[in-house]
Design a protein around this ligand. Structure first.
Ligand code: UDP
Ligand code: XDX
Length: 322
């Protein structure tokens, strides 16, 4: 690692592998002292199997029992299952991404759901959790908030963790984060070596100050994490970023074909942010058939939303809220 990346890794990585690593009472005091309001956002597409437990745990633990969080919003991202009903029954607020800022239309993708969450929440601190998390993640929310509540220089916090791989019912203790290890990390190391200390650049659990998040674009698909990381590096500098070791992260994993398309979106995002020449924006994969290989092409071109702070309706709503 370059010296700046190593210094960042050493100085900006904290540990919150369980609640035992955290002083929740001190975090509550810091929240009150800072006059903060906290929003937790779960982007969810077809997550009826997992969103209820997760959202319910956050609401029960961090809204009702310990007031660390002020709102929990599930952004329904074009689900075709009962995600919205299950999330609502668990006590979360629910909004359809398509219903937020309707004048701006709707686009598919996780990043679209996250961009719209800025207009559908009120916290000055936001925590993002994937809605397909498995296992005990109670400590994730306070762990991600801690650097923001205790260090005013920090504007964005990435979770990091070991990542078991669970595909087709088979679990291996490591091997998760396939797009991270095979695509994102090599590209980020090559193009932004100052980010080499980020353990999980694509991880779906992170937190940030609204004042920063509203000033950067959001890539509409799976390029959103790598886009936010590079754009917030530019906005905040390396010193404005932090990461917290949350121990282990389990989630429902997709198959290789799906991750190939995800990797295509990540590569398009990296090429766009690095100023590389325009890309075809199309990924062709191959399915083995009786008569040989069937090519299947998927759009992976970069599609992004502008910084939310440039959206008139958003500014008006924020001004009215003051
Ligand atoms: O168009 C999409 C795709 C994904 N997601 C959500 O984003 C998170 C991460 O997506 P996914 O699980 O597909 O990625 P993986 O974790 O497998 O990398 C999950 O909560 C998804 O429900 C979303 O809101 N909209
Ligand atoms: O990190 C990764 O390689 C991918 C895939 O993880 P797995 O191989 O399914 O454990 O998972 C992440 O990537 C997506 C794109 O940035 C994020 O949106 C997901 O939240 C995150 O799980």
């Amino acid at each position: 690692m370059r010296p700046d990346a190593r210094a960042w890794f050493s100085g900006r990585t904290t540990s919150a592998r369980s609640l035992a690593d955290l002083d929740v009472a001190a975090l509550l005091r810091a929240k009150r002292r800072g006059g903060h309001r906290v929003s937790v956002v779960l982007p969810a597409r077809d997550e009826e199997a997992t969103v209820g437990r997760l959202a319910g745990e956050v609401v029960d633990r961090w809204v009702r029992r310990v007031p660390l969080v002020d709102e929990v919003l599930v952004v329904d991202s074009d689900s075709t299952d009962r995600t919205a009903d299950v999330a609502r029954a668990a006590g979360a607020d629910v909004v359809a991404a398509a219903d937020v800022l309707p004048a701006h239309g709707t686009r598919p993708g996780k990043g679209e759901a996250l961009w719209k969450s800025l207009a559908a929440t009120t916290g000055d601190l936001l925590v993002f959790l994937d809605a397909d998390l498995l296992g005990d993640v109670t400590h994730y929310v306070p762990g991600l908030l801690a650097p923001l509540l205790t260090d005013p220089q920090v504007g964005y916090v990435k979770g990091c963790y070991t990542r078991p791989l669970e595909v087709g019912g088979r679990v291996t203790p490591a091997g998760g984060g396939r797009v991270t290890e095979l695509t994102a990390r090599p590209l980020l190391n090559a193009l932004w070596p100052e980010l080499a200390g980020v353990v999980q650049p694509l991880g779906g659990e992170y937190a940030g100050r609204r004042a920063a998040l509203e000033r950067v674009p959001f890539l509409s698909g799976y390029g959103v994490e790598v886009g936010l990381l590079v754009d917030l590096l530019g906005l905040l500098g390396l010193g404005g970023l932090a990461q917290v070791d949350l121990g282990v992260r389990r989630h429902t994993s997709q198959d290789t074909d799906a991750l190939g398309r995800m990797a295509g979106q990540v590569v398009s995002a990296v090429l766009a942010r690095s100023g590389a020449a325009g890309t075809a924006g199309l990924l062709t994969q191959f399915r083995a058939g009786d008569g040989g290989f069937d090519p299947v092409s998927t759009p992976v071109a970069v599609d992004e939303r502008p910084p939310m702070s440039t959206v008139a309706e958003y500014r008006a709503a924020r001004a009215g809220a003051v």
